[in-house]
Design a protein around this ligand. Structure first.
Ligand SMILES: Nc1ncnc2c1ncn2[C@@H]1O[C@H](COP(=O)(O)OP(=O)(O)OP(=O)(O)O)[C@@H](O)[C@H]1O
Ligand SMILES: [Mg+2]
Length: 260
């Protein structure tokens, strides 16, 4: 199987990008797929989903992080760290990613820098998946993440404001396609569904009525295990296999694998 690069993006903050990226990486790994996660956000949340704070800050201070690679043109391969799960590796982030837009500004072909940096890893074919966690912005850096990707997965929170701003996101995807015509929206995943409330049905209906987008059958419910897992620096499947959200992310992984 050719390495598939998938970016988790939505300019709406807190929509479940990082949780979905971390949980799917675990679920794919469990299915024997080799996964490289890339933490593209200065909040270090993806790194913190697999490593404790001390480790995450140590990566950020060392040379093994994405910011250093982009700024100094360092090989991405050298920034890969192993997680405690055999099939799941990570390129950590750095808090300095806060100034990535500034760093990119003076670079030649600044929308395609990450794509070029990933060429070696993708052509080597060692990984089945490269999963990129994007920050909640729509600037040149997220453009880089999408230019480097084959697919985008868009997590949307089942809340009244979850859909707000989605039109901007779709417009942004269209503008990325001018550079990367192969990019396709693999699907929208509805997250943080509250089982006691019916609101998510409205979110789902609105999304399903939107032409040309796939909405994944599998939704993800609000589950306190997600927070406990994050508290112990583990993806939810690794923290508690029997957790509702762990099962849901596992089923979502199957649904995605069927589509690819
Ligand atoms: N299924 C869930 N059940 C309970 N809490 C969840 C669930 N999914 C995400 N959360 C919580 O919601 C918050 C936002 O989730 P997450 O960090 O994954 O979103 P994000 O889109 O990556 O946010 P940002 O835009 O800041 O990067 C986190 O505190 C996380 O613990
Ligand atoms: Mg995030």
């Amino acid at each position: 199987m050719k390495t598939k690069v998938i970016c988790f993006a939505n300019n709406k903050g807190g929509s479940g990008k990082t949780t979905t990226c971390a949980s799917l990486a675990y679920a794919f790994g469990e299915r024997g797929k080799k996964v490289l996660m890339i933490d593209g956000d200065m909040q270090l949340n993806l790194t913190l989903s697999y490593f404790n704070e001390d480790d995450a800050l140590a990566f950020a201070k060392s040379e093994k992080n994405l910011y250093n690679a982009v700024k100094n043109g360092k090989g991405l391969e050298e920034c890969i760290v192993k997680t405690e799960y055999e099939n799941v590796d990570l390129i950590p982030s750095s808090t300095l990613m806060s100034s990535i837009e500034f760093e990119l500004f003076t670079k030649w072909q600044r929308e395609s820098i990450l794509k070029k940096m990933l060429l070696g890893i993708v052509s080597e074919g060692k990984y089945d998946f490269v999963l990129i966690d994007a920050p909640p912005t729509l600037g040149c850096w997220v453009m880089n993440a999408l230019v480097a990707s084959d697919y985008i997965i868009l997590p949307v929170e089942a809340s009244p404001w979850g859909l707000f701003g989605l039109a901007n996101m779709f417009e942004f995807i269209e503008s990325v396609k001018e550079i990367n015509s192969d990019l396709s929206l693999l699907g929208v995943v509805v997250t943080k569904v509250d089982a006691r409330r019916n609101y998510f049905k409205q979110t789902l209906e609105t999304l399903k009525a939107t032409e040309g987008i796939n909405v994944f059958q599998q939704v993800i419910h609000t589950d306190s295990s997600v927070e406990w897992a994050q508290d112990t620096s583990k993806p939810v499947g690794g923290y508690k296999k029997s957790a509702r959200s762990a099962g849901e992310y596992s089923a979502l992984a199957d649904e995605i694998l069927e589509k690819l």
